[in-house]
Design a protein around this ligand. Sequence first.
Ligand code: MG
Ligand code: ZN
Length: 330
Amino acid sequence: MEFESGLVESEKDFVDLERNLVDLRIDLMDFAGLGMNLMDLGMNFLDLKMCFGDLRMDLEMGFVSLKMDFVDVVFDFDKTIIDLDSDNWVVDEFGASDMFDQLVPTMPWNTVMDTMMKEIHARGKTMQDIEQVLKRAPVIPWVVPAIKAAHALGCDLKIVSDANLFFVETILEHSGIKDCFSEINTNPSYVDDEGKLRIRPYHDFDHKCNNPCPPNMCKGLVIERMQAASLAMEGNNNKKRMIYLGDGAGDFCPSLMLKEQDFVMPRKDFSVWKLMNENLQLIKAKIHGWTDGEELQHILLRIIKAITTIEEKQILSAVDHSKFQTIYSH
Ligand SMILES: [Mg+2]
Ligand SMILES: [Zn+2]
């Protein structure tokens, strides 16, 4: 089957990436050793920074280390970080599922949720009640440590979600991982004068995307904006790579936006996996599916380590040796 062979092919690329690790470790050891010798000779950090400042290097504790700021990891939220849909969870927990099911065929999901928040408020439930329900939402096991590890490795973590800001922030905060994320792109929410949670669309129901994106949010446009921002920061030899994780039909559009150097991690047998299966020729990024949190963590960290290793190698090979020599011979 075409999809299977595509996956085998990307797995092969991945093994090739990892194989580079072996050579690279030697280069890095030599390089770190050289840095130490220079300091023995009276070199100071500023001299070394002059050599490598433009190569995004940092010096810490006398060792040469690299800032791992060349990976963006972008997470969907519902069924990617938590194990269910937060909208459904809140509605079900307040026993309002019947009304929700009646409304869904009649208006956009985003508007249904705003209406449901009015209903839940009318039933006497407060923001604190909603917060308590959100704090009980099950997070996928292993995903919190995976996120903490990716953050510790220096990746730039971002959320792109069709839930809403209050739901996403409350659960991330409760899980102790909110500070790991530099961006939360989701439907805005606010508490109105009556104490009701109001939920607005991310886009004003006006995006022109033809992929299966809901009218209130095209995640592909969010990814395009991120790509343009990193291109503006890094210039034409933009090295920043993206890893995108998601499960739903709305995660198909951003998967199409990813470039050859990127990675997409669809949840196996969920909507995005099926859409990718049917449109494999349109996906430029390498595909690594996952089933549970343990597999998500394993694959994500393998990819990050492979990318950072290759980037380190490219940066080290681009070091201006003539400049280095001048300082060394002082
Ligand atoms: Mg999702
Ligand atoms: Zn779209």
